[in-house]
Design a protein around this ligand. Structure first.
Ligand code: NDP
Ligand code: 8X3
Length: 257
């Protein structure tokens, strides 16, 4: 691919999984990257690795997307040479628990809504003015197959990802006059820290999710995100569902016995 200097990516949730791989893919292609996450040490470690390995500029910003005041203050005051953001990837997100609607915890629901939905809104609202100012931009939201179908015990996680789908459609309509592209990528099962987080550190439960088939890798989503981000100016992939070959949808994965 073309080596692209002076392009700027902002990806949220870059301390792990998709976000980490996305930052690496873009840095390897010469992009300068703003990477974010709550875990400061992991963020700084990844920042140093990317800078040393690829020689591009990396700006690590450490905040919790659930915190509206902090998220807004940090993102509204980006250093002048970081304001020409070409691509924003709204990736930070999580599932917590896989419990039936009557048994699930309200705290888990709050956290998922505050992160997957409200966090995405706070970040978008802070970054869109730069894109408007620049006269162009590209927002890539990470949804999920859980944003296309509701599966048993998926309740509020699925709802939060359906909301990401709806918000992506809304952004696409309303931001059209500013030449801002909006893409939503809906991945199926991928082995990241996702299930460790969902099952709150129960490693065997997390591992079982990916047994008997080859799930997506974080690098697959990074490659696809990069492809979407580097199409010609007049081309926009609006909505993309991607699963591993063994998975048909939220309900059906062909597992070896
Ligand atoms: P990981 O758990 O590996 O990564 C999640 C990232 O989000 C971490 O970098 C984490 O950073 C960040 N994050 C979580 N909460 C917050 C917060 N409150 N503030 C800031 N950053 C936060 O999971 P994935 O890479 O798999 O998940 C990335 C996205 O992809 C999520 O939106 C997820 O819902 C979605 N997805 C995942 C799929 C999968 O099967 N893995 C499939 C479909 C969609 P830190 O903890 O340092 O804050
Ligand atoms: C993550 C994939 O199927 O666990 O969004 O919801 S799934």
């Amino acid at each position: 691919y073309r080596y692209m200097a002076n392009k700027i990516l902002l990806v949220t949730g870059a301390t792990s999984g998709f976000g980490k791989a996305i930052a690496e893919k873009f840095a390897a292609a010469g992009w300068n990257c703003i990477i974010t996450g709550r875990r400061k040490e992991k963020l700084e470690e990844w920042c140093n690795y990317l800078q040393q390995t690829y020689g591009t500029k990396i700006l690590p910003l450490h905040f919790d997307v659930q915190n509206r005041a902090e998220t807004t203050a940090i993102l509204q005051q980006l250093p002048a040479d970081w304001q020409q953001i070409d691509v924003l990837v709204n990736n930070a997100g999580l599932a917590l628990g896989r419990d039936s609607f009557d048994a699930a915890s309200l705290d888990d629901w709050d956290t998922m809504i505050d992160t997957n939905l409200k966090g995405l809104l706070y970040v978008s609202k802070a970054i869109i003015p730069y894109m408007v100012q620049n006269g162009k931009g590209h927002i890539i939201n990470i949804g999920s197959t859980a944003g296309k179908e509701v599966y048993p015990n998926g309740n509020v996680y699925c709802a939060s990802k359906h909301a990401v789908d709806a918000i992506s459609k809304a952004q696409r309509i309303d931001l059209l006059p500013h030449r801002i592209k909006v893409t939503v990528i809906h991945p199926g099962a991928a082995e990241t820290e996702f299930s460790d987080v969902r099952f709150k550190g129960d490693g065997s439960k997390a591992k079982a999710v990916y047994e008997g088939y080859e799930p997506l890798h974080a690098s697959d989503i990074a490659d696809i995100t990069f492809y979407c981000a580097t199409l010609p100016e007049h081309v926009c992939i609006n909505d993309l569902v991607v699963t591993c070959t063994a998975q048909a949808n939220s309900f059906f994965t062909h597992k070896n016995a």
